[in-house]
Design a protein around this ligand. Structure first.
Ligand SMILES: C[S@@+](CC[C@H](N)C(=O)[O-])C[C@H]1O[C@@H](n2cnc3c(N)ncnc32)[C@H](O)[C@@H]1O
Length: 193
């Protein structure tokens, strides 16, 4: 099996990828996490989804591709230039709400319905506000994170943050998790109570 043979890229993907290169965005999500997210999203018809860290919208394009017509997705980033760019790609899709706000602040103020899947791809919801975000997930819902194996762009000492997070997730008895040394290092957790 050739796992790099990914044939179902979102139509908009290459356009966003080009934009990412044009503006020198250095943190785009890769194809592997993309294809996994699409599959997980497709397992939740009429789903309610959250992405923390919209970035340039590559992972978002996969998530949206996996959603059915009755699903909804919120994506949050604190960079107004990125949100402006990504809005152009998704403005016609009423299922998608893009929010420009600090993720920690957004999490602290959120009081809406729980989510079927959260992809936490920014500091908030991963290295801070982890309890809050895990509480936002429905029983049977997914918590997904990447960048868990050492990456060239990691700041000095980031390994310690990663180790702490993994240990914390492993200790919790309300999530069942799988660690995958694939893509950039993934954790897929399911909320079980
Ligand atoms: C790894 S990138 C996300 C990449 C994205 N998934 C993609 O495919 O393009 C992390 C993003 O988190 C955003 N970010 C960093 N700190 C944040 C914060 N405190 N609140 C919200 N977003 C934040 C950055 O602006 C960046 O776009």
């Amino acid at each position: 099996m050739l796992d790099s043979n990914i044939q179902d890229k979102p139509e908009i993907h290459s356009q966003i990828e080009q934009k990412s290169k044009d503006i020198g965005f250095t943190m785009p999500s890769d194809l592997y996490i993309g294809t996994l997210l699409k599959t997980l999203m497709a397992s939740k018809p009429k789903g309610r989804f959250l992405e923390l860290g919209t970035g340039i919208g590559l992972s978002l394009s996969w998530m949206v591709d996996g959603m059915d017509l009755e699903s909804e997705l919120i994506s949050v980033d604190n960079d107004s230039k990125l949100i402006e760019i990504v809005s152009e790609y998704f403005k016609a899709d009423k299922r998608v709400e893009l929010i420009c706000e600090d993720g920690s602040k957004w999490i602290k103020n959120y009081s809406g319905d729980k989510f079927d899947l959260i992809f936490a791809d920014a500091w908030p919801g991963k290295y801070s506000e982890i309890d809050e975000v895990l509480n936002f997930i429905k029983v049977g819902g997914f918590y997904v994170i990447d960048d868990m194996t050492a990456q060239p762009n990691w700041p000095e000492g980031h390994e310690d943050n990663v180790e702490r997070l993994v240990a914390y997730l492993e200790e919790r008895d309300d999530v069942t998790l799988t660690k995958l040394n694939w893509s950039t290092g993934l954790i897929i957790a399911v909320k079980n109570s």
